[in-house]
Design a protein around this ligand. Sequence first.
Ligand SMILES: C[S@@+](CC[C@H](N)C(=O)[O-])C[C@H]1O[C@@H](n2cnc3c(N)ncnc32)[C@H](O)[C@@H]1O
Length: 271
Amino acid sequence: MCPNKKRRRESILAYWEERADENPDSPAATTDDIYLRELEILTLTDTLKGLLRQRPGSLLEVGCGDGYSTLRIASALPNLQITAVDFSRNMIRNANLRLSKESDLRKRLKFLIGDVRDLHPVVGENQYDLVLSDRCLINLASLKEQEQALQKIAEHLSPEGFFIAIENFVEGQERMNEARKIMGLDEIPVRWHNLYFREDEFRSMVGKFAKTIEFRDFSSSYYFATRVIYSAMCRIRGEEPDYLHEIHRRAVELPWTGAFSPIRMAIVEKG
Ligand SMILES: C[S@@+](CC[C@H](N)C(=O)[O-])C[C@H]1O[C@@H](n2cnc3c(N)ncnc32)[C@H](O)[C@@H]1O
């Protein structure tokens, strides 16, 4: 492997290990924007309920972090058996600590250390009705690694299963930044440890195993309210934006409209 890529991967792992250590018991270990995560959890539980329609099912989550969202999903879907993996030991340690306080969930939820690029050592040949990735694949070091991870996800998905991806896309980031520019705001850059997808590349990679691909711009209104309107108000008032400002909590309830967020949900049906 190219030494630069190896170093990049090690730095990304170190970054997540550190975030887990710094946030052992907080919803902010995997994002500072805790209301965005709330919106993700609400959207995911609705989506999973719609797909399962109260039937029992199995779910593999890749890049589960400290399990904060996983535990909420498990509580909301009592017929779901969940295996959740993350390559950060500290994240999995924190996830297991959370799980140890939830005796009802222990029978049908397990957290394991594992890498999305090679799931076999951790889940063997198992296949799942559902595979979920919530902002995991954007942490891989190259498009090639993202493609490799998508292939592994396909291998562990049942023949008629669904892959649900909440990931970041360049096009939404660009639209958000165009709107920010009109309001006199600086561009928000992609962070050093992230590699966003382009929609056409994503479609072509998952198209190798998918029957259908549906995108849902569930966080567009949230991003427009917080990253454009609220940020512009802060600029006018000479204040620093604060993720805990009330506007974030209220924006979770907005109806979805537009395509102004990098974060999109793709529902991919295998076939
Ligand atoms: C942005 S966090 C999201 C965590 C969780 N899905 C959530 O919504 O809170 C990204 C997670 O992906 C994990 N991750 C990154 N690369 C990974 C890989 N190659 N295999 C497994 N997990 C990975 C990180 O350790 C981190 O916990």
